[in-house]
Write a protein that binds this ligand. Structure first.
Ligand code: KG4
Ligand code: ZN
Length: 339
């Protein structure tokens, strides 16, 4: 029988738990404190830790119950140990340790970004590397060559802001709530791509990206138009920004796949929940004769199913963590890629 794995995620503002049997997702539960955090315009670390403490028992109970899984039959507990907010991570990590200890099963510490990259395996039970992967989250933007389930080559990455970070900063200037991505996407649907956007920074050649120039341009445009009392459309600005920010991701991902000669493209991270990105990436891959496998939208933003999926990969490799495993606030992408 394939392994039964419980995944736990608490790195930011989502308390999440999920159960998988092999690559089959049995349950995927989330209790979010995003609405509470939105009142403060971002995530307040202490509030996040307290919200996780309130929610962790309930969310794990729900995940086991909706999976119809007997706790005593779990083969391992996988949990995010980093990167993220330390206090928030410690809630999930300590809960997972308690479970692993009392059930006498392995603890598997998961790198959150490896979780995002593993989410695609839940979409297709037969998916196997090599492929080229677009990583676009709140903290990272990169194109990776996924050689095996555990080996990645970074083809290029952002020189400054991550794509999600640019969405969040632009949203703030447009008066939209945190996190900005979904709100910009909704506003962009009402607008047109008519505001000229700058070309990406010269230094951002190859598979690199740069979002700071684009972000500053959009912020300056909004301020200047408001100061002049000119009439302008927030929706048009949102739409033009969204296209500029995402078209470059699509172009470089497809170029990477063609250069590496692998027939498949995958993606992961919160920005991949964006409908425009999903449509344009799918269309560009189809034109280039590439197959594309994207995680379901709800498994692009933070969730525990992806942590369980990466847990399965580590379980099969026999990589277990000691009960002394500690939380880690930041993990460089180079370490994520070469562990
Ligand atoms: O992967 P994620 O949930 O957290 C990190 O690990 O960073 O990504 C969160 C980021 C935020 O910056 C958020 O604005 C962005 O993903 N995001 C989106 C969308 N949904 C979430 N960006 C664009 N369009 C969306 N629909
Ligand atoms: Zn994330």
């Amino acid at each position: 029988m394939e392994p039964l794995i419980l995944g736990i995620e608490s790195s930011c503002d989502e308390t999440a738990a999920a159960v998988i049997r092999g690559r089959t997702l049995l349950s995927d539960e989330i209790i979010s404190s995003a609405a509470l955090q939105a009142q403060y315009g971002g995530v307040v670390p202490e509030l996040a830790s307290r919200a996780h403490t309130d929610a962790i028992g309930e969310v794990v109970g729900r995940a086991l119950c909706s999976a119809n899984a007997d706790m005593g039959r779990l083969d391992a507990v996988a949990v995010t140990y980093g990167a993220g907010l330390l206090g928030a991570l410690l809630v999930g990590l300590s809960f997972a340790k308690g479970l692993a200890y009392s059930l006498n099963i392995p603890l598997i510490g998961v790198d959150h970004i490896r979780g995002h990259l593993a989410a695609c395996y839940l979409e297709d039970a037969d998916l196997k590397p090599p492929f080229v992967t677009l990583l676009a989250s709140g903290g990272h933007t990169a194109v990776l060559y996924t050689k095996t389930e555990t080996e990645f080559e970074i083809l290029g990455g952002t020189l400054d802001d991550a794509a999600g970070e640019a969405f969040d900063k632009v949203a703030r200037v447009l008066g939209l709530p945190y996190p900005g991505g979904p709100h910009i996407e909704a506003l962009a649907r009402e607008g047109k791509d008519v505001v000229p956007m700058p070309k990406m920074l010269k230094g951002a050649g190859g598979y690199d990206f740069s979002y700071s120039g684009l972000k500053t341009h959009v912020i300056n445009y909004a301020h200047t138009m408001s100061q002049r009392g000119a009439s302008w459309s927030k929706a048009d600005l949102a739409c033009s920004f969204q296209h500029a920010a995402l078209d470059i991701l699509v172009r470089k991902t497809v170029e990477g796949a063609l250069e590496k000669g692998c027939g498949t493209v995958t993606a992961g991270g919160g920005v991949v929940a964006n409908g425009y990105l999903r449509e344009t990436l799918t269309a560009a891959c189809r034109r280039a004769g590439l197959r594309v496998v994207l995680p379901a939208k709800r498994r692009c933003t933070d969730n525990a199913a992806m942590i369980a999926a990466e847990g399965l990969i580590q379980f099969e490799a026999g990589n277990f963590s000691p009960l002394t495993l500690n939380a880690c606030a930041s993990i460089p992408l180079s370490r994520t890629a070469n562990r």
